[in-house]
Write a protein that binds this ligand. Structure first.
Ligand SMILES: Cc1cc2nc3c(=O)[nH]c(=O)nc-3n(C[C@H](O)[C@H](O)[C@H](O)COP(=O)(O)OP(=O)(O)OC[C@H]3O[C@@H](n4cnc5c(N)ncnc54)[C@H](O)[C@@H]3O)c2cc1C
Length: 217
């Protein structure tokens, strides 16, 4: 895997190309901070987009779900496209036309590969540790029956693009004196206080890997 993103024809950002990132680390940064991706597949000739959790390690993105999920079945060995989006702000311009959003986003193109055996368990661990770091060691491991009910797909991160927008509104010069507010309203992903399950025994306290989770981790 090269240090730079090496765009193919379909992963080359054309519109707003000055916002395209070339460093592969920018891709890992987006993936590390996001909790949800949108997986698109074509099933029986029709497009489907499914929001779902994911995980990644160097070079591979993992998604999982029920073996009965038609989007995951459709994704097996078939071309897929995954989008990952972080919204950083709403951009208020003096004109409605120039309102915008600040964001960091990644799009990954490729062929999803169903995993089995140790690879499948590894994919599940990566997903679990991405969404709930510390839970793989803390909780009961999956049983054979649970593993059989779960499909895990791996997508190579080779063919990917990253695009971001930062900064304030880009108003027309003629609009700069228009008396409306202009600027950015930041958007942040934060974790609230843990809410224990009603059925939790009194003596089970909130573990440090749940309590000490910083924003965007
Ligand atoms: C939160 C958010 C809100 C947005 N709102 C709007 C909006 O309201 N209107 C609008 O026109 N655009 C919006 N965009 C930008 C949008 O995602 C596209 O980049 C843009 O519309 C250009 O589309 P295109 O098909 O011409 O892209 P092209 O540049 O032709 O796309 C070619 C390839 O570039 C890559 N690519 C394109 N866009 C992105 C991206 N955002 N992130 C990573 N890779 C990308 C993909 O690999 C794609 O296959 C928004 C983006 C985000 C993340």
């Amino acid at each position: 895997m090269t240090a730079d993103l090496s765009p193919t024809d379909r992963s080359t950002v054309r519109r707003g190309r000055e916002r395209a990132q070339t460093d592969r680390q920018a891709l890992y940064d987006v993936l590390s901070e996001a909790l949800v991706c949108h997986l698109s597949v074509v099933v029986d000739g029709l497009p489907f987009v499914i929001p779902t959790g994911f995980g990644h390690d160097e070079g591979t993105l993992y998604v999982h779900g029920s073996t009965g999920s038609q989007s995951l079945r459709g994704g097996e060995g078939l071309p897929v496209c995954v989008a990952v989006t972080l919204v950083d702000g709403i951009v208020y311009a003096r004109s409605v036309f120039h309102h915008s959003m600040n964001y960091r986003a990644a799009v990954i193109h490729g062929v999803a590969r169903p995993l089995e055996g140790d690879e499948k368990t590894h994919g599940l661990k990566v997903i679990t540790e991405h969404l709930a770091p510390g839970s793989w060691e803390h909780c009961r491991p999956p049983t054979r029956k649970e593993l059989a009910q779960t499909a895990v797909l791996a997508l190579d991160l080779h063919e990917a693009s990253v695009k971001l927008r930062r900064g304030g509104p880009k108003d027309e010069d003629d609009d700069l004196t228009y008396p409306s507010w202009a600027g950015v309203l930041p958007v942040r992903q934060v974790f609230g206080d843990p809410e224990p399950c009603d059925l939790l025994a009194d003596e089970v306290s909130v573990p440090s890997h749940v309590r000490a989770r910083p924003p965007g981790s």
